[in-house]
Design a protein around this ligand. Structure first.
Ligand code: G3I
Length: 370
C-alpha cells in the first residue's frame, strides 16, 4: 500500500512536469488561441489519502516535541493531532523559561502546551525540571547559602510539579546528570556543588512528594550507545530505587550508530529493573563526520535512515507493554531540527521534510510496527 501511494504521488508530479514543459515548449506563433491550461494543482499531502497515522498503528505512546509557535501553525497542529499521542515541550518547560527570576514564574508557554495536550487528549511528558544547560543565570550565580539554594530548588520543583499535577503524566526530573567520563560519573554542575552528590535523589524525592502519582524519569544521552555510560545510568537508578519509575534514553543517533544490540542491551537492563523505557529525543543523522559533504538527502542515505528508524521501532515494539512508556521523535520537520545549528551542516534527521511530506523514515517507522 505504501508503495502504491508513492507511485501515485510520483505519477502526479510527473504529470505536472510534463504539462508544464509542454506549455513552455510552445512558442507564441504556435499558439493561435490561448490554450486552456488544465488544473494541475499539486496534490496536498494532507488532503489525499496518506500513510496511516503513527499513533493508530502503534500500541504505545508515540511522542513529538512542541513549542508554542508550532501551536500557531495549523499544518503542524493537524499533524500533531493525527500522528502523535504524547507531547514533550522542546524548551519551554525548562527552568530558564519557567523560572526566569527568583520568585517570578513564567508559566504562560508551559500552560499553553499543557492545555493543548489536554484539549486534544494527548499524553503530556514534562521535560525537564533540572538541566544544567537550561539553568537561568540567577540560579547559576545564586548568592545565598547552600541551605537557601536547597530550599529554593525544593520550592521550584514542588511548585512546578504541583501546578501540573494530574495533567503532566511524567517528568524528566534531572536531565543529563551523568558526565562522559566513566571515572567521574556525576557531572559537576551548580546542582552537584550546592546540593551535594546525592542531589538527584533529593530532586526525585521533592517531585515524588509533590505528586505521588506522576511518573518520574531519569533521562540522558548516549546511554543506549556507550556501555560505560549505560552502566552509570543503571547504577544511578539502582541507587534511586523506588524514587524513579523509568529510564529515558535520548536517541540522538546516526544511521550507523549505535548498533541494534547495544540499544537492546539498554532496553533489557531497564526492563530487568522493572522500569519503564522512554526512547526519548529520537532523530537520526545522515550527514556525518568525513562524509558531512551531503548537500541533499540522497536516496541511499534516506534508505539507511529508514532502516534505522525501523530497527529502533522494532526494538521498542517488542518491549513488554508494562515497560513501554513512549517513543518520542525530537521534532517534526527536518528544517526545524536543533541538529542544523548544532553541527552546522545540512541534515535531514526527522520523519517529515520541509514541505510536510512523509519521508522514507516514516515508512520505516510503520514497518517497524509490523
Ligand atoms: O530564549 C529565547 C526565547 O526568549 C525566545 O522567545 C525564543 C524565540 O525563538 O528563543 C529562545 O531561545 C530558545 C532556547 O532554546 C531557549 O533556551 C531557542 O529558540 C531554542 O531553539 C533553544 O534550544 C533548545 C535547547 O534544547 C535548549 O533548551 C532546542 O530547541 C531543543 O531541541 C534542545 O533540546 C535538548 C534536550 O532538551 C535535552 N537533550 C539535548 C537536546 C538538544 O540540545
Amino acid at each position: 500500500m505504501i508503495t502504491k501511494i508513492h507511485q501515485m504521488n510520483t505519477l502526479a508530479r510527473l504529470f505536472l512536469v510534463l504539462v508544464t514543459a509542454t506549455f513552455f515548449a510552445c512558442s507564441e506563433e504556435e499558439m493561435p488561441s490561448p490554450t486552456p491550461i488544465p488544473d494541475v494543482t499539486p496534490p496536498d499531502p494532507m488532503e489525499e489519502p496518506g500513510l496511516p497515522p503513527l499513533k493508530d498503528e502503534a500500541s504505545f505512546l508515540v511522542g513529538m516535541t512542541v513549542a508554542t509557535d508550532k501551536l500557531d501553525n495549523p499544518r503542524n497542529v493537524e499533524i500533531m493531532r493525527r500522528d502523535f499521542s504524547s507531547l514533550t515541550g522542546e524548551w519551554q518547560m525548562k527552568m530558564n523559561i519557567m523560572y526566569p527570576s527568583q520568585g517570578t514564574y513564567n508559566f504562560g508557554p508551559a500552560d499553553e502546551i499543557v492545555d493543548f495536550a489536554e484539549a486534544n487528549n494527548i499524553n503530556m511528558h514534562g521535560h525537564a525540571l533540572i538541566w544544567h544547560s537550561s539553568t537561568p543565570s540567577w540560579v547559576e550565580n545564586f548568592a545565598g547559602s547552600d541551605q537557601e539554594f536547597e530550599d529554593m530548588i525544593k520550592d521550584y520543583i514542588t511548585t512546578v510539579v504541583t501546578r501540573y499535577k494530574g495533567r503532566v503524566a511524567s517528568w524528566d526530573v534531572v536531565n543529563e546528570a551523568l558526565s562522559d567520563d566513566p571515572g567521574h560519573p556525576l557531572r559537576e554542575t551548580v546542582f552537584s556543588r550546592r546540593l551535594g552528590p546525592d542531589y538527584v535523589r533529593k530532586c526525585h524525592q521533592w517531585a515524588r512528594d509533590a505528586d505521588p502519582d506522576v511518573i518520574l524519569f531519569y533521562n540522558d544521552y548516549n546511554i543506549a550507545g556507550i556501555q560505560s555510560k549505560r552502566q552509570a545510568a543503571f547504577d544511578l537508578v539502582d541507587d534511586l530505587g523506588d524514587l524513579v519509575d523509568g529510564l529515558g534514553a535520548q536517541m540522538h543517533v546516526r544511521v550507523d550508530w549505535p548498533s541494534r544490540s547495544s540499544i537492546q542491551e539498554f532496553v533489557d537492563g531497564t526492563v530487568a529493573r522493572g522500569l519503564k523505557v522512554h526512547l526519548s529525543e529520537l532523530d537520526v543523522r545522515t550527514n556525518i563526520e568525513d562524509d558531512a559533504s551531503l548537500s541533499q538527502l540522497s536516496d541511499a542515505k534516506a534508505e539507511e535512515q529508514k532502516n534505522k528508524y525501523k530497527e529502533i521501532v522494532e526494538v521498542f515494539n517488542a518491549i513488554p507493554e508494562e515497560n513501554q512508556y513512549a517513543l518520542t521523535v525530537w521534532g517534526l520537520r527536518d528544517n526545524e531540527s536543533w541538529l542544523l545549528d548544532f553541527w552546522g551542516v545540512p541534515e535531514w534527521p526527522l520523519l517529515y521534510n520541509e514541505d510536510y511530506d512523509y519521508k522514507p523514515a516514516y515508512e520505516g517507522f510503520l514497518e517497524g510496527l509490523q
